[in-house]
Design a protein around this ligand. Structure first.
Ligand SMILES: Nc1ncnc2c1ncn2[C@@H]1O[C@H](COP(=O)(O)OP(=O)(O)OP(=O)(O)O)[C@@H](O)[C@H]1O
Ligand SMILES: [Mg+2]
Length: 735
């Protein structure tokens, strides 16, 4: 896993977490903003509401005073004082400097009357201030409570000042209470001046304007009282008269240092005058919102995202470690596997070595056996020939010696035959056979062979399938096995020969060399002899392996049988239990053709068939063998031509058109027997050709079977064999 791949998942998770956090924080910030806006609006609204309701109270207060004065024709200063004192203005209505009454004088004459009538209401010595001529006048007669400041107001003509005049005229005109614009109150003599304003309520008597009940109000004190106890830490309240501007400012709860975006301006209408209430969020309001939920959510989100990314990173590290460990284990396993493989190869090599050694041992045994036996036989042959040579003058002795030499040579020929059989190299003449018939035909001979002490039992399955095999070889195999059985049963016992049709399945014959399946004919030979221990059983098939005393067994019996059975496409199985007996089973494949089975008739003994002077051409590269053949044929009564090779032979044939038969060796230097035969047949299509060979792996024998059109006698051949073959061919019975 590369570093990039490993980091990808944690990074994606972190990124997604941060994006999610951002969105959540933004949503929350939006909600928080809405909430703050709502809260601010609430704060602003309640401020405005407080101002409005307080001003209503002021108007009510003034209307009360107006009602009091209107209620009688003559209200003295003392009456008014009593009324106002009872209201306890300072205590209950902070900011209200007092409640007063000013009389209206529409002209100079009326003014005189007012001033002179002042004494009537217990306000003596009132002088008009400021003096001067004006369109009309309004003289303050009462202003309670009559403290030092308020006393100064008595006699003041409010019509002399524009702002007051405007308010008074407006109220007189509408008949309703009227608020003045911003003024500097006459009472304002303290060093720190406050803006102020007045409220006028007109008084009428018999439809005529009589004057005004009024109240001068100090704005700071009034609004301070309105917001007294209210929490103004989060907002700054400013009240402007009619317009926003320093000149119009009536009240400011605190200096506006920084203009927040939470700001509202609300116009309110109070007694015919327009005020503007401006509310601004104080730094405190914003500060409260500095650590809002969105920030908390953001921080929490970032922390959680980082946590998840870290966990994923740790997991991916763990995964990488696991992967590395798996790779490590895999490498270890591979190494172990390689080791096992190496060991297996070494073992195979060792086994091959052992097998090779065993093979060499077997080969040694075989070679030794052959050498030993041949030596013995050659000793007999050479010794007897030597005797014959020396006793040539004594025909009897010489003849006996020659007969013994011939016997030795025959035994040697037998031995080669058996060796060829073991090597599966003998030339077979397979024919379709009924094995039951063959066994039945052998019964007499078998009985004689095994003796009377041993009982012979045959159990032959009816309708036995035919097989295709060399009858003489099969007979010899059965005889061999019967002799082995006899030898295993010292005194008495029974020999049982059985035949049966069997169908072999996979694995039925564990001892078989290759898998043997399908229909087979079984020939089983069992005895009740001493059996074989495993170590003998395992070697019984080896050539020259024998447990019999010297001179009694050659150790070639079973090997020969085995070679024949295998060459015939069959199988052989040996079962033996020490002390109980042995069963040897031969399986020959069923012959599928419908041709009727036949048995080979026994070779008749008798006189040799002789020639009648026919000319025979003998072709043989080995001088001695050629001489023997020539001599034998001449003795049999034939004219013989001899050639040492193919070329010579064709030459002779040319010169002797009376040649009746060609007898040729197969394996020869230069032109071989097969080629020669072709050439001969091209010249003389009618001439019979008899082959002879000492070895079967050659041009006319394939897979151990003779070609169809070939007649062959095996070397070494007996005189009778040659005589019979030649006669048969000349008589035209061979084809
Ligand atoms: N039916 C049997 N019961 C017990 N042992 C047997 C039987 N057949 C063969 N053997 C053992 O197997 C050995 C080899 O047998 P094989 O036929 O090859 O040779 P042989 O009988 O000893 O000699 P040969 O057959 O050449 O005369 C025998 O010497 C014997 O020990
Ligand atoms: Mg034997």
């Amino acid at each position: 896993m590369t570093a990039v791949r490993r980091l990808a998942l944690p990074l994606v998770a972190l990124f997604a977490g941060l994006i999610g956090t951002l969105i959540a924080a933004l949503l929350m910030a939006g909600a928080e903003e809405d909430r703050r806006r709502t809260r601010f609006a609430g704060l602003a609204e309640s401020s405005v509401g407080a101002i409005r309701s307080r001003m209503l109270v002021q108007l009510t207060l003034l209307r009360g005073a107006a009602g009091f004065i209107n209620a009688s024709d003559r209200v003295t200063q003392a009456d008014f004082k009593t009324y106002v004192d009872r209201l306890r203005l300072e205590q209950n209505y902070p900011g209200v400097l007092g409640i007063g009454y000013s009389a209206y004088a529409p002209d100079r004459l009326a003014l005189k009357r007012v001033l002179s009538g002042a004494a009537d209401v217990d306000v003596p010595g009132v002088t008009l201030r400021p003096p001067g001529e004006r369109r009309d006048y309004s003289v303050i007669l009462f202003l309670e409570p009559q403290d030092r400041l308020n006393s100064q107001a008595i006699g003041f003509d409010m019509m002399s000042e524009t702002t007051r005049r405007q308010a008074m005229e407006a109220s007189a005109k509408s008949g309703l209470s009227q608020l003045s614009g911003r003024v500097r109150l006459v009472q304002e003599i303290q060093p720190v001046k406050q803006p102020g304003f007045l409220i006028y309520t007109p008084l009428y008597s018999a439809g005529r304007l009589r004057g005004w009940v009024y109240s001068p109000l100090r704005a700071h004190d009034l609004f301070g009282a309105i917001f007294y106890g209210a929490d103004l830490s989060e907002i700054i309240v400013e009240v402007f008269d009619d317009k926003i501007g320093a000149e119009q400012l009536l009240y400011q709860s605190a200096a506006v240092e920084r203009i927040s975006h939470y700001r509202s301006i609300t116009p309110i209408e109070i007694a015919g005058r327009r005020w503007l209430v401006r509310v601004t969020a104080s730094p405190r309001f914003s500060r409260d919102t500095i650590l809002p939920a969105p920030v908390g959510v953001g921080i929490a989100g970032i922390l959680i995202s980082m946590l998840i990314a870290t966990v994923l990173l740790i997991q991916s590290r763990a995964a990488r470690r696991t992967e590395e460990q798996v790779m490590l284990r895999t490498a270890e396993l591979r190494a172990a596997n390689d080791l096992l493989l190496t060991e297996a190869l070494a073992r195979q090599a060792a086994e091959a070595k052992v097998a090779q050694m065993q093979k060499m041992e077997a080969l040694g045994q075989l070679t030794g056996g052959i050498a030993h036996d041949f030596n013995n036989m050659l000793t007999v042959v050479i010794g007897n020939l030597d005797i014959a040579h020396r006793r040539i003058g004594q025909p009897d002795r010489a003849e006996r010696a020659i007969a013994q030499a011939t016997e030795g040579a025959r035994k040697a020929a037998d031995l080669t035959q058996r060796l060829l059989a073991f090597g599966r190299l003998q030339a077979l003449r397979p024919q379709v056979l009924d094995v039951n018939e063959l066994v039945a035909g052998m019964a007499d001979m078998l009985g004689r062979t095994i003796g009377e002490a041993i009982r012979l039992d045959t159990s032959l399955m009816p309708s036995l399938w035919p097989v295709c095999a060399d009858a003489a070889q099969l007979e010899s195999a059965i005889l061999n096995l019967a002799i082995n059985a006899r030898d295993a049963m010292d005194e008495a016992g029974s020999l049982r020969i059985q035949t049966a049709n069997v169908i072999l399945g996979e694995g039925d014959l564990p001892q078989a060399e290759s898998s043997a399946t399908g229909p087979h004919v079984l020939v089983s030979i069992s005895d009740t002899g001493h059996g074989m221990p495993p170590e003998i059983l395992s070697r019984a098939l080896d050539p020259f392996f024998t447990t019999k005393p010297v001179g009694k067994g050659t150790g070639l019996g079973l090997s020969q049988v085995y070679g024949f059975v295998r060459q015939s496409g069959g199988h052989m199985a040996i079962e033996s239990v020490e002390g109980q007996g042995t069963t040897i089973r031969i399986f020959l494949p069923r012959h599928e053709s419908s041709a009727p089975a036949e048995t080979r008739g026994h070779r008749g003994e008798g006189r040799l068939p002789l020639g009648a002077g026919e000319t025979i051409l003998v072709v043989e590269d080995d001088d001695q063998v050629r001489n023997v053949s020539v001599e034998t044929l001449r003795e049999l009564g034939y004219q013989v031509l001899a050639a040492s090779g193919g070329e010579d032979a064709l030459d002779l044939l040319e010169r002797h058109p009376d040649t009746c038969l060609v007898f040729t060796d197969v394996v020869m230097p230069g032109m071989n027997g097969r080629t020669l035969a072709q050439q001969v047949l091209e010249r003389r299509p009618d001439i019979p050709i008899l082959f002879t060979t000492g070895y079967t792996r050659d041009a006319i024998v394939h897979d151990g079977r003779l070609d169809e059109d070939v007649t062959l006698i095996r070397k070494p051949f007996a005189v009778a064999e040659l005589a019979e073959a030649v006669r048969r061919m000349l008589d035209g019975s061979s084809r």
